[in-house]
Ligand binder design. Structure first.
Ligand SMILES: *Cc1c(COP(=O)(O)O)cnc(C)c1O
Length: 437
């Protein structure tokens, strides 16, 4: 096994599926992130999403109010704050569970990646004359004829497939989604209705991904969305930071040395939380503190970030874990090496939680804020409490934050849920009520 920056006690807790808080000792050490991306690409992604906005508005009527931007609100949650935050400051929820078009955080990265591919094809084949052209041309029959000759393939635990399938089919691409055994039936059904080919695997996410990769290699007109190493996905996610910055400014919320911002990001293979962290650190530097959150049964980003720069991330299976969790969006066995090597110096730490803890948060979100999320998305709400642990206190102390907590702002990132069918959500809620009351 590759040497990991974790203590023997931490290792034991991980192997016993006990929740832990792991502080990243490579935080603020640039040498630990050998492939830091170029921030120009973040601005390019933001500009691309703007260029596509008129087309997206046309393809998806629900984007009318935002003029084609796929964005979610930032919700002040005082009632929840008084329940879950023992460290002080205020609590806002980033409502990506409610992102239009895809209903999860994957709307940002997944859709951006497909737009990159569509744009490059359209420019190459003259459907677009240049990036200043009218992008509504991409809804024309000639554009659809072009796109229909190409197949976009992706491997997914559910939500990435949903996002890629929806945008891919809307543009006229042939779209294939390889689903892991965690994927929920309703997500597959929703895709089949749109003409997406869904391939079900009786195996985990890593296996679904490899099946998709292999199928694409064999197809000269194939395009594989590689969740394990895709700068286009990553930068699509990173744009969220620019949007959050504008939302914080509009609410007059300062982020500086005296007003620290804490962001809690549910993590699977790493692209979404990694991209968002990259964007946030680019904007707010040392004044934002990003923590990833994972199920005790699938702490793959913890193992990846604790590994050596340039090394293949250790898989959870090597530690005897089974990847058994109801948090299907986070049920990943091995992290993206690319994301680890791009962001290892930016991450403050990782905490893990049991499914029981997730359900408690799912219940509180519903009970106190009337917000409905899927289990994966509830994990971010454990962030403020995590700061009360010995490791959390050590972090606050070593970054001179302890006496600034009254001014702190905490943002659990709610990553998915609005598309969950009601009867499925009611099952989650019933389980959550049983655990919580
Ligand atoms: C995919 C997903 C995440 C994590 O994103 P990764 O890029 O896999 O790390 C978190 N929450 C939900 C609901 C997701 O679908």
């Amino acid at each position: 096994m590759i040497p990991l920056s974790i203590t023997q006690d931490e290792l034991k807790a991980i192997q016993n599926s006990q929740p832990i808080v792991w502080l990243n000792n490579n935080y603020q050490n640039p040498a630990s992130a050998p492939s830091t991306p170029n921030a120009d690409e973040l601005y390019a992604a933001e500009a691309r999403l703007k260029r596509f906005a008129p087309l997206l508005q046309r393809l998806f009527p629900e984007l009318e109010p935002s003029h084609g931007l796929i964005e979610s609100s930032l919700i002040k949650a005082d009632r929840l704050n008084s329940r879950i935050n023992p460290v002080g400051g205020s609590l806002y929820l980033k409502a990506d569970h409610d992102l239009p078009v895809a209903g999860s955080v994957k709307a940002r990265g997944g859709i951006h990646e497909v737009l990159c591919f569509a744009e490059s094809l359209a420019l190459k084949h003259g459907v677009l004359k240049g990036v200043d052209s009218d992008y509504c041309a991409l809804a024309s029959q000639s554009a659809r004829d072009l796109f229909s000759q190409h197949t976009i393939t992706v491997g997914s635990t559910g939500n990435l497939g949903l996002s890629i399938g929806v945008i891919g089919s809307a543009l006229g691409f042939k779209t294939v989604v390889h689903m892991s055994s965690d994927a929920k039936e309703w997500k597959m059904e929703r895709l089949r209705k749109r003409g997406v080919r869904v391939v079900e695997h009786d195996a985990d996410y890593g296996a679904a991904l490899e099946a998709g990769r292999l199928e694409t290699i064999a197809d000269p007109c194939g395009y594989f969305v590689d969740d394990e190493r895709s700068p286009n996905l990553f930068m699509g996610y990173a744009v969220a930071a620019k949007r959050l910055q504008a939302q914080l400014e509009a609410l007059n919320i300062k982020v500086d040395a005296d007003h620290p911002l804490f962001v809690y990001l549910p993590a699977g293979v790493g692209g979404a939380p990694g991209g968002i962290t990259y964007g946030l650190k680019h904007i707010f530097n040392e004044h934002v503190h990003c923590f990833f959150a994972e199920p005790v049964q699938a702490p793959c980003m913890l193992l990846g970030m604790a590994g050596a720069p340039g090394a293949v991330p250790t898989s959870i299976y090597e530690l005897g874990l089974k990847n058994r969790t109801d948090a299907d969006g986070l049920a990943v066995g091995a992290a993206s090496q690319w994301v680890c090597d791009a962001t290892r110096n930016l991450l403050s730490g990782v905490y893990t939680a049991t499914d029981e803890q997730l359900y408690q948060q799912l219940y509180l979100l519903k009970d106190l804020e009337n917000i409905e999320v899927e289990p994966s998305a509830a994990i971010g709400c454990l962030g403020p409490e995590m700061l009360m642990t010995e490791a959390g206190q050590k972090y606050l102390d070593s970054h001179h934050l302890t006496h600034r907590m009254a001014n702190s702002v905490h943002i659990p990132w709610l990553t998915g849920g609005s598309f969950v069918p009601d009867e499925e959500y009611q099952r989650y809620l019933a389980k959550a009520v049983k655990i919580s009351t």
